[in-house]
Every structure is written in C-alpha cells, then in structure tokens.
Design a protein around this ligand. Structure first.
Ligand SMILES: Cc1cc2nc3c(=O)[nH]c(=O)nc-3n(C[C@H](O)[C@H](O)[C@H](O)COP(=O)(O)OP(=O)(O)OC[C@H]3O[C@@H](n4cnc5c(N)ncnc54)[C@H](O)[C@@H]3O)c2cc1C
Length: 393
C-alpha cells in the first residue's frame, strides 16, 4: 500500500519507519526545508525504547544517550530527598528495554537517517486533506495533490489536519510555562547533581538530566503562568528565571544562574478526542493527544502510536484501511488519554503548597518507594501497555 505521513517530528518519523517495516511505500511530507529538531532534552521510557528496538534504531539512539541509574525527587528549598526509584539495569531487566536520556536533536537525527531520502518531501506544506471511497489525498501549498491508501497526520500540537477532520478546537494553555536551557557539563560539575533530578515546590518544579553522553545538562524549570507563548524559540528575559525561582536550593539557583540562553515555553495541550480517525485519515502523536510533559511521555506515546499503526496495517489491503485505523485508535486512545490525565495530575502534585498537602505527598511518595523499585508510571512500560483500551499508564 501507499501511505503519506504529514510531519517529520518524532511521531511522523517513527510512523514512517513503522509503516515501511509493515511493507508499505511511504511518502513523508514536512513543511520545513530541512530536517531539524529544536534542541532540548527528552526522556524515553521502555515503552518507547522497546519500539525503537523493533524499528531497528535503538542501538544508534542509545549511542547518544545517557542511561540513568535512578531518578531522585527532592524538596525545593533544601534538596531533602523525598524518594528515589531505579531506572538503570534493573529497568532493562524488568521491562526488556532501557530508560534513556537524550538530546532531542540526536534522537531526531537517528530517526531521520533511517528514512530513505527518496521517501521524503521537505519544504512541502500540506494545506488540505480529503478522501473518497478508494483513496485519501493531501494538497500541498504549491497546489499538488498527492494520493495514497492511508494518510497519517503527525503535524503536531498546532495540527491543521485535526481541524480539517474534526472542526476547530484550539490548543489549550496549561497555565504553566517552562524555562529551558542546556548547559555544558563542565559549567555545573561542582554542583553534585543526580543524573535525573526532580525538585518539587509550591507552584513550580525543576527537572534536570544529562544528555548527549553526559556532555550537556538539560534543564526544565516549570512555573505557574498567566500567559506564555507556545514557542520552542522564544527567549526569556535575562535573569528572569532567578526571580521566578527565588529562595530555591542554591544548587537549583546555581544551575539557573549559569544557564546561558534560556528559552521560555508556554506549555499547551489538546483536549482528548473521542476518535482520531475518519475513513483513511488518522491523527498520530501531539496532533491527537498533546500533553503537559510532567510524566515525560508525549513523544513516547507518539512512538507507541507508530508501533500500533504499523501492526494494524501489516498485511492490510487498501480496502482494509478504515477498519484497521479503527483498531489502531481502539488500541491507543484510552492509554494516550490516560497518560494526558496522569501528566496533568503529576504537575498538580509536584506544585502543592508547603504544609500539610506537600507533607502528605512526600510521605506517600516515600512509602511507595519503600515498597516499589520502580516509579508508579512504570505500569505503563510493560510490553502490553498501550495494546488495549484499558492498559494502565
Ligand atoms: C518542555 C517539554 C518537554 C518534553 N519532554 C518530553 C520527554 O521527556 N519525553 C517525551 O516522551 N516527550 C516529551 N515532550 C513531548 C514531546 O516533545 C512531544 O510529544 C513530541 O515531540 C510530539 O511529536 P510529534 O511528532 O507528534 O509532533 P512535532 O514534534 O510537533 O512534529 C510535527 C511536525 O509536523 C510538521 N508540520 C506541521 N504542520 C505541517 C503541515 N501543514 N505540512 C507539513 N508539515 C507540517 C512540523 O514542522 C513538525 O516537523 C516534551 C514536551 C515539552 C514541551
């Protein structure tokens, strides 16, 4: 069969690889003139890395990654350890795939390199999608009409395809924003930071982890905001982040102080949909289920979408496509939707005010860690998670 994938983000690239693996001819259409991923970090849990192995790219991805031994949750004001969970060898043994920390550009570049250049149309913006009984079509800005048996719209949080399929609905502001920065490891060597740290405080949290084989520290400082642009390139005012995090542990302030270029990103989501597909056209990744990033699962869920899409279309004939897309959505929608809700709850939990609520959270997290080696969300890392409408996240 012939497939068109719209959007060469992590979701679209994974979908392209998965559909090619299922034996189909894929055209990947991307509006930017070259493959590019704006730099920042990304965590990939075993639910995603297992798929990357199946797609034949895990070794190449892992060569750029850091494999953290554990994640540490800490108190904002003095760095008291609340709890920690294993992420290293034990995760790989239990879930059959590693937990990786990466620079997004490294992940993106490995995925892009695995797609044959003849399958890619860069500098091509899709301005419309339509279909008839026998095929689906995309129209490009230059007026071309490309046809295929299936069209996969992986066009991100601002998805136009979502609007064409289901009518206008806007990206929703989460009332949180993030200062994001990458620092050379040498700049923070004296701060004795864990490989993956999450510092929780009133209305804010701070996440840091090593990427690019440990050469860079990725930092995400999340705060409550009344308004903020959804842009991966908007810069913060100099020193703004220090005012926002005033009073935090000196190690957190040390990182924020030494960050050179700090980006300010307004965190947006999309409301869950009742379905993602119409006939031969389906959404995938952020276009279907953009989430707040507080469980570090947005891209992982897109990668899982890609895996299931490839499975339901394996051995499919053109006439089978609408029913196969129904099966894809049936297998993925509940899990992705519950991941969105879980991430929103995690943010609320991280941001509890000091006092009884935060103390109860800390006690609960410590008690859980005393009885469990892995984080609560590890339930969503098992091989069958995402394979059924009731799979837990
Ligand atoms: C601060 C932050 C931290 C995050 N951390 C993590 C993490 O640790 N782990 C994790 O799993 N997830 C994380 N995420 C989520 C993750 O980044 C996203 O879920 C993921 O990148 C979505 O991929 P996508 O391919 O669906 O969309 P995108 O990456 O947005 O790709 C969409 C692509 O479509 C193209 N496009 C759009 N419209 C058109 C058109 N009309 N024609 C042609 N091309 C088009 C765009 O140019 C783009 O290349 C984080 C998100 C944020 C904001």
């Amino acid at each position: 069969m012939r497939a068109i994938v719209v959007g060469a983000g992590i979701g679209g690239l994974a979908a392209t690889l998965s559909l090619r693996r299922a034996g189909h001819e894929v055209t990947l259409v991307e509006r930017t003139p070259r493959f590019a991923e704006v730099g920042a970090g990304i965590q990939l849990a075993p639910n995603a890395t297992r798929v990357l192995r199946r797609l034949g790219v895990l070794d190449a991805v892992a060569a750029w990654a850091v494999r953290p031994a554990r994640v540490c949750f800490r108190t904002w004001s003095d760095g008291t350890d609340v709890c920690s969970h294993l992420l290293g060898r034990e995760v790989e043994e239990e879930f059959g795939a590693p937990y990786l920390l990466l620079h997004r550009a490294d992940l993106h570049q490995v995925l892009a390199a695995a797609v044959p250049s003849g399958s890619v149309r860069l500098d091509t913006t899709v301005v419309g999608v339509d279909q008839d009984d026998g095929a689906a079509y995309v129209t490009t800005a230059s007026g071309e009409r490309l046809g295929a048996d299936v069209v996969v719209a992986a066009d991100g949080i601002r998805s136009a395809a979502r609007q064409w399929l289901f009518g206008a609905d806007e990206a929703l502001f989460s009332h949180t924003a993030a200062y994001r920065a990458l620092l050379p490891a040498a700049a923070v060597a004296d701060l004795d930071l864990p490989e993956l740290g999450v510092w929780m405080g009133p209305g804010r949290h701070f996440v840091h982890y090593w990427v690019r084989r440990g050469e860079l520290l990725n930092t995400v400082a999340v705060f409550t905001a009344e308004a903020a642009q959804e842009s991966w390139t908007a810069r913060a005012e100099p020193g703004e982040q220090l005012c926002e995090f005033a009073g935090w542990d000196p190690r957190v302030l040390g990182v924020l102080e030494r960050a050179g270029q700090v980006l300010r990103y307004g965190i947006h989501t999309r409301a869950p949909l009742a379905r993602w597909n119409v006939g031969r056209v389906t959404l995938l990744g952020d276009s279907a289920h953009a989430t707040v990033p507080f469980l570090a699962q947005g891209a992982a869920q897109a990668i899982m979408d890609a895996a299931v899409l490839g499975e339901v279309l394996t051995d499919a004939a053109p006439a089978d496509v609408p029913a196969a897309l129904d099966r894809y959505v049936h297998r993925r929608l509940a899990t992705a939707t519950s991941s969105q809700a879980g991430a929103a709850r995690a943010g609320e939990d991280f941001h509890l005010p000091d006092g009884p609520a935060a103390e109860a959270r800390d006690a609960r997290m410590a008690a859980y860690a005393a009885g469990h080696r892995f984080m609560p969300q590890a339930a969503g890392w098992t091989a069958d998670a995402g394979d059924g409408p009731t799979a837990p996240v």
